[in-house]
Design a protein around this ligand. Structure first.
Ligand code: HEM
Length: 378
C-alpha cells in the first residue's frame, strides 16, 4: 500500500514493478495559449506529486475548504493509501503539429524524430476517436479507485485547457517489469511478460529503453517512447481452439509458459529444433518466434499492458482484450519492425483486432519540487 517516489531521473510507472490496475487517458489541448498550457503542466505536476504520495490533489483538500467553493479534490480517495500510484506523462505528435499542420505552441522544431507517426499495419481496424491525442497520462495503482481518482482530478484541473479524447481502464497487469514479480496471465490464459525487459537489466535498459544523449532532442534524454494499442481479443473463438493449437500459436506451453520443447518458463527458446515430423517445434508463425529479438535485429520492448473487459458488444460477446503498452528508446527501430512482422505472419492475428493506436514521447523524470512536467520542452 506504499508510495512510489514521484521525483527522480526517470518517470515512475515505466520500470516500476507493474501495478495491478490502470487508468490511461489521452487529452486534446483545446487552448492555443502556450502560457496556459505551461501553467497547467505546472499545476498538474504539483497535484501528481501530492496524489502519488497519497494526499489530496489540492493543498486544501476535499473537505477543508470554504463551503461556498467546489473542493480542490473530488474526495473518493479519502482514507485510501497511495497504493503504489504512478502518473506518467507523454506528449503526442499532434502537440508539436496538429492535424491541420499548425504549430500551436511554437515547439514544432522540438519534435523528436523518434516520435514519428506509426505506419498503417496489415489488419489495423483503428478507430480515430479512441486513437492518438496531444498528451497522455498513464495512471497505475494497486487500487482502481486510486487510479481513477488521479485521472479524474487531472481532467478536472485541466478544464478549459485540455479535454479528454479517450480513456481506458485496465485490470490485471499482463507483464512483469521486475524479476521480483510472478508472471501474470492475459485473457488467452497464457503467461505474459516472461521475456520482457526488466528493471534489473541495467545495460539493456540503457540500450533499449531510455533515450540517450545524442539521440536527437536533448529534452528527451532519460525519457522513453510509449506505444499504446488497444487490441480486442476474440476470446469466444479462441476458447473453441484446441489446447495444442493455442500453444502452437503462442510458441509456449499454457501451464508453465515454457518455450515449446523446453520445460521451464525462463529457458531460452530454441527456434532451430525440429520435431519427428520435420517441422519446427516452435512454428514459423508462432508469436514468440516472430516477436523475439533474434528476428528483429536485437530489438526489445518493455511491455506493460493490461487486460480489459469493456462490458459486452451487443452481439453476445465480451468486449475484451489487451491494452498493449510498450516503452522503448526508438519506436522506429523497435515497435514498428516487430509489429510489421507480427501483422504479416503471426498466427495469433486470427484472434486479434487492433482498434486503437497512439504514440507519445515521455520526458525524463521530474527532478525536484522546482521542476515540472515538460519544463525542458517549453
Ligand atoms: C511475448 C501474448 C501482442 C510483442 C508474448 C507472450 C505472450 C504474448 C503469451 C509470451 C510470454 C512473454 O514472453 O511475454 C500477446 C497477446 C497479444 C500480444 C495476447 C495481443 C493481444 C503483442 C504486440 C507486440 C508483442 C502487439 C509488439 C508489437 C511481444 C514480444 C514478446 C512477446 C517482444 C517477447 C518475445 C520473446 O523475446 O520471446 N506475447 N502478445 N506482443 N510479445 Fe506479445
Amino acid at each position: 500500500a506504499g508510495a512510489v517516489p514521484f521525483h527522480g531521473e526517470h518517470q515512475a510507472g515505466i520500470t516500476t514493478p507493474a501495478q495491478d490496475r490502470l487508468h490511461f487517458v489521452a487529452f486534446d489541448v483545446i487552448t492555443k495559449d502556450r502560457a496556459k498550457l505551461v501553467a497547467l503542466l505546472q499545476e498538474w505536476t504539483a497535484a501528481a506529486a501530492r496524489m502519488t504520495a497519497g494526499k489530496d490533489a489540492g493543498v486544501i483538500g476535499a473537505v477543508g475548504g470554504m463551503p461556498e467553493a467546489p473542493p480542490d479534490d473530488t474526495g473518493e480517495a479519502l482514507g485510501l493509501p497511495p497504493s503504489q500510484l504512478t502518473l506518467t506523462i507523454g506528449f503526442g505528435p499532434t502537440l508539436f503539429r496538429d492535424a491541420q499542420g499548425r504549430d500551436r505552441f511554437g515547439i514544432a522544431d522540438r519534435r523528436p524524430a523518434a516520435l514519428a507517426d506509426l505506419p498503417h499495419f496489415a489488419g489495423d481496424a483503428l478507430r480515430p476517436e479512441i486513437s492518438g491525442g496531444d498528451i497522455c497520462v498513464q495512471a497505475c495503482a494497486n487500487d482502481p479507485q486510486v487510479a481513477v481518482h488521479a485521472i479524474r482530478n487531472l481532467a478536472r484541473i485541466g478544464m478549459g485547457v485540455v479535454s479528454v479524447r479517450w480513456s481506458q481502464l485496465g485490470f490485471g497487469r499482463t507483464s512483469s517489469t521486475s524479476r521480483a514479480q510472478d508472471t501474470p496471465r492475459n485473457l488467452f490464459g497464457f503467461k505474459d511478460g516472461t521475456a520482457n525487459l526488466k528493471a534489473e537489466d541495467a545495460g539493456l535498459l540503457r540500450e533499449q529503453l531510455w533515450a540517450q544523449p545524442g539521440d536527437g532532442q536533448d529534452w528527451m534524454t532519460g525519457g522513453s517512447y510509449l506505444v499504446t494499442r488497444k487490441i480486442r481479443m476474440l476470446i469466444e473463438t479462441w476458447d473453441r481452439t484446441p489446447l495444442a493449437e493455442q500453444q502452437q500459436i503462442v510458441g509456449r506451453t499454457k501451464g508453465r509458459g515454457a518455450p515449446l520443447g523446453k520445460g521451464d518458463e525462463f529457458e531460452e527458446p530454441d527456434f532451430a529444433v525440429k520435431g519427428d515430423d520435420g517441422e519446427p517445434v516452435i512454428a514459423e508463425t508462432a508469436h514468440v518466434r516472430l516477436a523475439h529479438p533474434a528476428q528483429n535485429d536485437g530489438a526489445r520492448l518493455l511491455r506493460r499492458g493490461y487486460n480489459f473487459v469493456d462490458g459486452s458488444d451487443g452481439l453476445g460477446r465480451l468486449d475484451a482484450g489487451l491494452f498493449f503498452i510498450a516503452y522503448q528508446r526508438d519506436p522506429r527501430k523497435q515497435f514498428v519492425p516487430i509489429q510489421t512482422r507480427l501483422s504479416r505472419h503471426d498466427a495469433m492475428n486470427e484472434y486479434l483486432r487492433h482498434v486503437s493506436s497512439a504514440v507519445f514521447a515521455c520526458p525524463p523524470g521530474v527532478r525536484d519540487a522546482a521542476d515540472h512536467w515538460g519544463r525542458a520542452l517549453f
